[in-house]
Structures are given as C-alpha cells and as structure tokens.
Design a binder for this molecule. Structure first.
Ligand SMILES: [Ca+2]
Ligand SMILES: [Ca+2]
Ligand SMILES: [Ca+2]
Ligand SMILES: [Ca+2]
Length: 258
C-alpha cells in the first residue's frame, strides 16, 4: 500500500516540489553539492558523498534544469540551474550517501535527446522517472544499499503521458533489498534488469508494453531460497524471468518492505 500512496503524492509533473526520499528517515536532511558540466553536448551531473537530492527536468529543446532540493546545492548555490546546449546524454552520478534523483520532462515539447545514465552509488537511494521519453538508451545502476526505482506516467494538461524508452533499458540494482516498480511504461528495445543479491522486488501490474518481449530479461539474482525475490504480476508473454521465487499479489510485500 505504501507504494501507491507514495505515487499519488509525488506523481505530479512540473511542480518543482522536492520529494522526500522514500528511504530516508524524515529527520535526515539532504545535503551536499552536485556539480554540472557540459561536455560535447552531454550534461554530466556529479554528486558528492553526502545525501544529495535533485530533480532534473528536460525542458524544451536543449535546456535541462537541475533543481537542488532540501539543502543540496547545485554548483555551490541553492535553487535551480538551467543548462543550455544539452544535445546528447544526461549522465548522473551521485556517489556515496542516501541520494534521491528524480527525472521529469516538460510534456509535449521535450524528449531526452540521447542516453540517460544514472548511477546512485552505495547506500539507500531513490530514483524516480516520471513521464520521461528517452530517445537513446536508459541505464540505471544503484549499487549497494536498499534502493528504490520508481517509473510511472503523469497526468498533464494534454492528457496522460507514459514513460517511453525508445532505446534499450537496463537496471543493475546491486546488493541490498531493492525495489523496481514500473507502471504504464513503453519499452521499445531490449530490457535487461538485474536485481542482484538481497531480497528484491519487481512490481508491474501488467500495464506496461514490451515491443520486443524476447529481448526482455529480468533476473532476481540471489538468494534462491525462501523467501527469495518477488515479482508482482509478471507480464505473461515475457519468457525470460529468472531467479524469482515469490509471486505475490500486492507490491507492498516486495523488497523486504511491509
Ligand atoms: Ca551522494
Ligand atoms: Ca545504492
Ligand atoms: Ca539487490
Ligand atoms: Ca535478489
């Protein structure tokens, strides 16, 4: 149940409201600094070893906005920085600390131009992708810690906007009890999800589309005994779902969470 409540609270786009990271105790303040660099059309966003909390918004054309949330600064200052000339990848590395990264786009006018790469490093991190369209490949890596990856569509003034991954899509969740929850997404290329060690969960409610189901791989990883990794409502036609032992009805039982 927690996941559904969470989505209802934060599934709004363009609000510039900074989310509290799901994994962080409410007493913990996000902090630290992220540094931005534009290199050959790639926007490179690099966090430090503190708990970074950012929202990255692909706006019209070649503009990407990076918002620092809570006490996280961007290039040393509070608030937002607009980067112009992002013609290729968005590459986010937040390093150690309990990081929270949300990526959105401005519906109707914006597409992430090329690849989206996110690496949140060790500790318990949260990654959210809301209503994004990625023209290239999407790579999410969360390393150690109990990480949460949430992907969903958003309501916009022009209707519902689904996440749309036009290239390949991969998740490497690493050790720890991780959760990947995705809804209403369109996966047009290969999908490679590796949840790693720990009691992990994958939650989908059969509302996503896979254009190439034979190229979609979901691997729960270790452990192989009870209770094992869980997958809620795996889409019937996906033939490559391995190392999942538990198929509960409700996402709230996944990822070692109650
Ligand atoms: Ca960090
Ligand atoms: Ca992590
Ligand atoms: Ca794991
Ligand atoms: Ca596992």
């Amino acid at each position: 149940m927690m996941m559904f409540k969470y989505r209802a609270l934060f599934g709004l786009i363009g609000s510039f409201i900074c989310a509290l990271a799901l994994n962080q105790p409410s007493s913990t303040q996000a902090a630290g600094n992220v540094h931005l660099k534009l290199e050959n059309g790639d926007l490179i966003i690099t966090g430090d070893n503190q708990d970074n909390n950012i929202i990255v918004i692909q706006e019209c054309c070649q503009i990407v906005v990076v918002n620092g949330c809570a006490d996280t600064t961007v290039n040393g200052s509070a608030g937002r920085v607009d980067v112009e000339g992002v013609t290729r990848d968005i590459i986010i590395s937040t390093n150690e600390g309990k990081d929270s990264v949300r990526v959105e786009i401005t519906p109707g006018v914006a597409v992430i131009a090329h690849n989206l790469k996110i690496n949140t490093g060790g500790a318990d991190d949260t990654v959210e992708l809301f209503g994004v369209t990625v023209r290239g490949n999407t790579q999410i890596q969360t390393d150690d810690g109990d990480d949460v990856i949430l992907i969903d569509g958003v309501q916009t003034p022009n209707g519902y906007k689904r996440p749309d991954f036009k290239g390949s899509f991969s998740v490497t969740a690493g050790s720890g009890d991780d959760l990947l929850e995705f809804h209403n997404a369109i996966f047009r290329g290969a999908v490679d999800v590796k949840m790693g060690s720990g009691i992990d969960g994958v939650c989908s409610t059969e509302d996503s589309e896979f254009a190439a189901p034979n190229l979609a791989f979901f691997d729960g990883g270790l452990p192989n005994g009870f209770p094992g990794d869980g997958f809620v409502a795996p889409i019937i036609e996906l033939p490559h779902i391995t190392n999942f032992e538990d198929f509960p009805d409700d996402c709230s039982y996944l990822g070692g969470r109650d």
